[in-house]
Design a protein around this ligand. Structure first.
Ligand code: PHE
Length: 456
């Protein structure tokens, strides 16, 4: 028995764009992108990353939009409708699991960000030294109670927004916050780029030296493209199912990918000139964000205001990305399991909180949970590894194989051309070439290397 409910959609092309961009832009842009770019040869890595976005990211994003909008269903229901009675629907179930697993650690890091924002507002970072900044980071992540409380707050905020639905929740928040994020990051850029010695940081980011580009760096670029654009786990399918009928999905995919990359570069341009200007280590990873940024801004005129702006924009980025992550299980539970949106949101957030605590507490290596390891990884790293290195690439590969070899070309043409309203034949040819041959091949290489079967 199926109950036909009126399903929500986004109200305009602009809403589609901001919501989808809100999913793509996240913690990945603020620290992962600049850090990996810096570590893997700067400009050369950037060029490879662009190619990965083009040849892997865009075709998979378009596939997910297609699956979602054609069926107007959650990730599991969509695949079941597209290929009834087959096992392709497991891609959707894998996506629901991946969304939860990513959230176990993502909500933990987002909790730190919220906590830092709070600390910046109350002036905790005014005049800090390197030692104090390091000690503060240690205190924040080791809690043990405060990071759990902040993780709870993060999940309550995300579940609360999602309970309000697609238009009143996701659309309203992303349409307001994404432009604000852009303005804030540009303000931070202006400050960073006018610092003495800023040019060193810019050079570090854009200097092309192919000599430094290892095979591992190419694989890192591919993996980053995947995680950055929220692909391989049903997020873009779910959002696609809310797209408007007349949305040009080719341009949406292109605009989202380009804007996301622009935000990543703006983040790099805010971080590296500052780091170089103050003579710090550019390759500090997550610590770069949490330890050096407060230190750096605390020593500047108007520093505390900029610091608040910086952590506010990071919190926005993390929150809008989490909306899309948590929407995957919520859409599934409410459409396939007959739950109300509210109960689905509460159940999902509760599971993410309870298991997420394991990730949060495992960060303190001296604690009881910090001692539990699997293949040498604690809970936090394990959740990251299983989702990013295993579930997303497999999900992406399966989507590529299904679209390339099991879906009729005419159906794709009809959907992507909005029922013949647009001329898309040439673009669809390019799409099928990529999704059949290029994308799966690249993904197999990444996957085999990430599990260590293929070594370079
Ligand atoms: N794209 C987000 C980021 O860069 C993370 C994300 C991954 C969001 C998968 C949704 C799905 O932070």
């Amino acid at each position: 028995m199926s109950v036909v409910k009126k399903r929500e959609t986004f109200s305009s092309g602009l809403a589609v764009f901001f919501a989808t961009l809100g999913s793509a832009v996240g913690l990945g842009n603020i620290w992962k992108f600049p850090y990996l770019t810096g570590q893997n040869g700067g400009g050369a890595f950037l060029l490879v990353y662009f190619c990965c976005i083009l040849f892997v990211g865009l075709p998979i994003m378009l596939s997910e939009f297609y699956i979602g909008r054609k069926t107007r269903k959650n990730a599991v229901g969509a695949l079941e409708q597209l290929k009834p009675g087959t096992s392709w629907k497991n891609i959707g179930l894998m996506g629901v699991s991946a969304a939860c697993i990513i959230m176990f650690f993502y909500s933990c890091v987002a909790g730190w960000v919220y906590f830092y924002l709070f600390k910046a507002i109350v002036g905790d970072f005014v005049g800090v030294t390197l030692e104090v900044a390091k000690a503060q980071f240690g205190a924040v992540i080791m809690g043990p109670l405060s990071p759990i409380i902040w993780q709870f707050i993060v999940l309550a905020v995300v579940a609360g927004i999602l309970t309000m639905g697609v238009k009143q929740g996701i659309e309203k928040i992303t349409k307001t916050l994404m432009p604000l994020l852009f303005v804030l990051i540009v303000i931070c850029d202006i400050r960073a780029l006018t610092l003495p010695g800023a040019a060193e940081g810019v050079k570090f980011l854009f200097h092309v030296d192919f000599g430094q580009l290892s095979a591992a760096a190419i694989l890192a670029a591919l993996g980053l493209a995947f995680f950055k654009l929220s692909l391989g786990m049903g997020t873009m399918m779910t959002y696609g199912s809310y797209f408007t009928e007349d949305n040009n999905m080719f341009t949406t995919a292109l605009k989202v990918a380009l804007s996301d990359t622009l935000v990543s570069m703006l983040a790099g341009l805010a971080i590296f000139p500052t780091v170089f200007s103050f003579g710090m280590e550019p390759t500090a990873g997550p610590g770069l964000l949490f330890m050096t940024i407060p230190l750096v801004f605390s020593q500047m005129p108007l520093g505390n205001i900029l610091l608040i702006a910086f952590f506010f924009l990071t919190a926005i980025a993390a929150t809008t990305a989490m909306l899309s992550l948590v929407e995957v299980p919520i859409a599934y539970l409410s459409e396939e399991r007959g739950m109300s949106r509210k109960s689905a949101a509460i159940l999902t957030a509760t599971i993410m909180f309870v298991v997420g605590i394991l990730a949060t507490l495992s960060v303190d290596k001296a604690s009881v949970l910090g001692h539990i390891t699997f293949f040498g990884m604690g809970f936090f790293d394990l959740f990251d590894y299983i989702s990013s290195n295993i579930l997303l690439p497999i999900g992406g590969l399966l989507i590529a194989l299904m679209m390339g070899y099991s879906i009729k070309r005419e159906e794709v043409v009809t959907e992507l051309s909005n029922n013949g309203k647009m001329k898309v034949a040439a673009l669809v040819n390019v799409y099928f070439f990529l999704i059949r041959y290029v994308t799966p091949l690249l993904l197999i290489v990444v996957f085999l290397s990430s599990i260590g079967v293929l070594k370079f």
